[in-house]
Design a binder for this molecule. Structure first.
Ligand code: CO6
Length: 280
């Protein structure tokens, strides 16, 4: 069917608006204004209007509350050389899977490095309560998991007590149950810091919105081979192919100053570039 001409659509929309005004003035229950404007919009433009799902609405409300009404966001981006981690992963992948019965992706390494950063700078693992800073004694890592129908952030509780195998098991279990809608309410609560990995979609770097009541969130971009300048022990420069990742930290300037955000990221970077992760 051909779409009605714009003037016809406009006349229809006007007629419908009059009808709604008349209905609104009668004793029938008033129609919700969003439903009315949705119908009018459908008539006036070629669009499809659908109500937000419950999950979409919660995400929308939380994002507005965090960014506009709660945390003054500050951002920093670090370049991290993941060649060392890629090598560790390659060398230990098979034995790891045999020992722990789960795959070894980049994420458990990133989680471990983040834990080290949070231990060095506990304010990044805090919350704000009125005029108080609440330092969380446990490190509960929220991990953003993309779903076909939205986004959820299950929490690896007491992540600082887990080794690489424990982190990988917890992450893969939570992510797979998130995707099959089998998470309990307590498994999406109590996070003290969040990591999001939009790098799986090819994202170079991201500056995400803080997941309240936390004060920081780290995003990891795609890990890709890039030409970089390296300097050897004698001071000679060369261009080398390295596995580079850009990682963004969004933090709440009420309690985390720029220097602390950067120092936290320096610890994460150093750990990822040189740490042994209990593997070697
Ligand atoms: N770079 C390159 N390759 C990657 C990366 C990065 N950053 N991350 C994972 N991978 C690879 C990984 O190694 C796997 O490859 P193979 O080893 O060859 O199998 C593959 O991608 C799939 O990884 P997988 O998703 O299975 O596992 P991973 O443990 O790395 O991640 C997850 C688990 C739950 C974090 C992830 O699956 C996921 O859902 N990520 C999306 C997170 C998301 O949607 N975040 C919110 C939106 S983004 O907030 C955002 C500010 C904005 C933009």
């Amino acid at each position: 069917l051909a779409a009605p001409r714009a003037d016809v659509r406009h006349q229809a929309a006007t007629a419908l608006r009059m009808t709604f005004i008349a209905i609104g003035a009668s004793s029938s229950p008033p129609m919700q204004s969003s439903a009315v404007s949705g119908l009018l919009t459908q008539l006036a433009e070629r669009v499809k209007v659908e109500p937000m799902s419950r999950m979409r609405k919660i995400i929308a409300d939380n994002m507005v509350a965090s960014k506009l009404h709660t945390s003054p966001h500050v951002y920093t981006i670090f370049e991290i050389d993941m060649t060392h981690i890629a090598g560790l992963r390659q060398r230990h992948r098979q034995a790891f899977e045999e020992t722990y019965g789960t795959k070894l992706s980049f994420m458990p390494f990133i989680m471990k490095a983040v834990i080290k950063g949070l231990q060095a700078f506990p304010v990044v693992n805090s919350s704000v309560d009125g005029d108080n800073i609440v330092y969380k004694q446990d490190i509960n890592l929220g991990i953003a998991v993309a779903l076909d129908w939205g986004l959820i952030v299950p929490v690896v509780k007491n992540a600082d007590g887990l080794n690489l195998g424990g982190l990988a098991r917890a992450l893969n279990d939570l992510a797979s149950r998130a995707r099959s809608r089998k998470l309990g309410l307590d498994e999406i609560q109590g996070g003290t810091f969040t990591i999001t990995n939009p790098g799986v979609f090819g994202d170079i770097f991201a500056l995400p919105i803080i997941n309240q009541p936390q004060v920081a969130i780290q995003a990891v971009g795609t890990i890709a081979k890039r030409p970089v300048v390296v300097t050897d022990a004698l001071g000679n420069d060369a261009i080398a192919i390295r596995q580079i990742m850009y990682s963004g930290l969004s933090f709440d300037h009420r309690v985390v100053d720029g220097a602390v955000g950067d120092q936290f990221m320096s610890v994460v970077k150093k750990e990822l570039e040189t740490g042994t992760f209990g593997l070697e």
